[in-house]
Design a protein around this ligand. Structure first.
Ligand code: FAD
Length: 485
């Protein structure tokens, strides 16, 4: 067999000389989705094998901040003094997922959130009943509970009572993902689940309509694993595959890809090859960060026309979405000397103009006369009485910008400011992870979860930190159970 193997072209069993190993449930990818799928399939009594390309913990889940979107009244929410219900959580997540959200997945994810929390705790995941209420991208120390989306937004509050739902495993700062994966790996190691590292899945093996195995490169050899019950693809997304990003999600092409190097879409391509349909492929998480601290949330975003376009206290992914939607993708933040601090380390946005008046700032930065200055006059007039009739920024961040000099920070993507991104599209799956064809038929023997599939998080505008790992771990579990059945 040639060394050039196309993931989109499954092979037949007749092309396999000899199966290297037999198992019941074969899981490809040992990140958040794969570990949870393995644990549940094993709990159902199946013989489980995990294949992982990296030599250690290569997953994006390990690299991540580890926030998990959980709610409905978890013990941590309660201990920190917050009330939440599955209904409020569901209403919020439904709104966040937008028109392309998967209703049934949302219903199950939110309805089972307390059970999922308890399951994670049973695997050894520890949460610390401490709350962090500041404007940040993660909790800065060991706190487990934080706001991580737009729950307090004006439109969101109309449909759901807000509650903080990001649950970070007890870990310092951004170590939540590494801690989560270390805990899940420990749980896996306490079972008879077999894990093969340095094993790259290349393509699926199909017999008729059924997926029966995976061809891999392992120890420098081509070797095939036979799965008696099912194959679960948990290979992450495709942000590291430039061609796929250009083809499916061109909006993310100029952003900085974040994730592990194996986020090349191999699982998605193998699924496509087996007849799976893809959905939501044009969408991704994309961010630009103007906090911490919350001081810049008191600033004013304007486009090239000098118009505002978003409430500046929104979640960073929503901000990035709107910055990219402006003409020529130009976006600037107006600040005054009272709120100016060093721009947040992540973004490193540059000050491109300074002026003693808004008219001077407008003229020197090349805005049309009377544009930015009119915007600021309106903003300041309402902010003085604690109102924002256009974008409903929270009163907490509303104050007139009236302390010169004024500065303009460049948040345009072409200014070199940091716009990190990862993908949110993937294989179309049932709530039990079955990979579906374009006509909605399940492909026998094939399952997917995590960012190899399209799950709960559907777009940057509604994204909340924790939705991706929450989805990967919860639907990973469902896929593992279904494959073992
Ligand atoms: C810096 C950063 C911070 C983040 N913070 C958060 C956060 O706080 N909360 C949140 O919800 N989301 C966060 N995310 C996103 C989130 O981490 C991921 O979307 C999620 O963890 C994906 O889980 P997964 O199981 O699908 O993929 P992964 O965890 O990436 O696991 C996939 C595994 O498959 C392996 N693999 C890939 N291809 C093959 C192949 N062909 N053969 C064998 N193995 C293969 C990979 O090596 C990898 O180990 C963050 C992402 C980044 C980059």
């Amino acid at each position: 067999m040639s060394a050039e193997i196309d993931p989109c072209s499954p092979i037949g069993p007749e092309q396999i000389g000899e199966w290297f190993e037999y198992t019941d449930v074969l899981i490809v990818g040992y990140g958040g989705a794969g570990a949870c799928a393995a644990l549940e399939a094993h709990a159902c009594g199946a013989k489980v094998t995990v294949l992982e390309v990296s030599s250690g913990s290569g997953s994006t889940t390990s690299l991540s901040g580890g926030q998990i979107y959980l709610g409905g009244g978890t013990p941590i929410q309660t201990a920190c003094g917050f009330t939440d219900t599955p209904r409020d959580m569901e209403a919020y997540v439904r709104m966040a997922s937008g028109s392309s959200g998967d209703d049934e997945k949302i219903r199950l994810y939110c309805g089972d959130s307390l059970e999922h929390y308890a399951w994670l705790v049973n695997q050894g995941v520890e949460f610390n009943p401490e709350y962090y209420g500041g404007k940040h991208t993660n909790t800065p120390e060991y706190q487990s509970l934080a706001w991580s989306g737009n729950e307090k937004g004006y439109r969101e509050r109309l449909v759901a009572r807000p509650a903080p739902r990001a649950h970070k495993p007890r870990a310092f700062w951004e170590d939540g993902g590494a801690t989560l994966m270390a805990t899940l790996r420990k749980a896996v190691e306490a079972t008879s689940i077999t894990v093969h590292h340095e094993t790259r899945a290349l393509t699926l093996v199909k017999e008729g309509e059924r997926v029966i195995g995976v061809l891999c490169r392992h120890d420098g050899q081509l070797r095939a694993w036979r799965a008696r019950c099912g194959v679960v693809l948990c290979c992450g997304g495709f942000i590291m595959n430039k061609d796929m990003v250009r083809k499916y999600a061109p909006r993310l092409a100029d952003a900085t890809p974040i994730g592990n190097p194996a986020d090349t879409g191999s699982g998605i391509l193998m699924g496509i090859g087996a007849g799976g349909a893809v959905v939501n492929m044009n969408e991704g998480f994309i961010s630009v960060i103007w906090y911490p601290s919350g001081e810049f949330c008191k600033g004013v975003f304007v486009n090239q026309q000098g118009n505002r376009f978003v409430n500046e206290d929104c979640y960073h992914s929503r901000g990035a979405h709107h910055c990219l939607n402006q003409p020529e993708r130009k976006a600037y933040l107006v600040v005054d000397s009272a709120i100016y601090t060093e721009p947040p380390m992540y973004a490193a946005a540059k000050v491109i103009e300074v002026g003693e008046t808004f008219a001077e700032l407008e003229r020197d930065a090349g805005f049309a006369e009377g544009t930015l200055s009119a915007t600021m006059e309106t903003y300041n007039r309402f902010a003085a009485v604690g109102e924002d009739p256009l974008f409903h920024k929270s009163p907490e961040f509303l104050r007139p910008l009236d302390q010169p000099p004024y500065a303009l920070l460049d948040f345009s993507i072409d200014s070199g400011v940091y716009y990190p991104a990862f993908t949110l599209g993937g294989l179309d799956t049932s709530v039990d992870g079955q990979v579906l064809s374009a006509s909605g038929k399940a492909i026998p023997g094939l399952y997917a979860a995590g960012r190899t599939s399209a799950g709960i998080p559907r777009n940057a505008e509604g994204y909340a930190s924790g939705l991706s790992i929450g989805d990967a771990t919860y639907f990973g579990r469902r896929a593992g159970r279904a494959a073992a059945r």
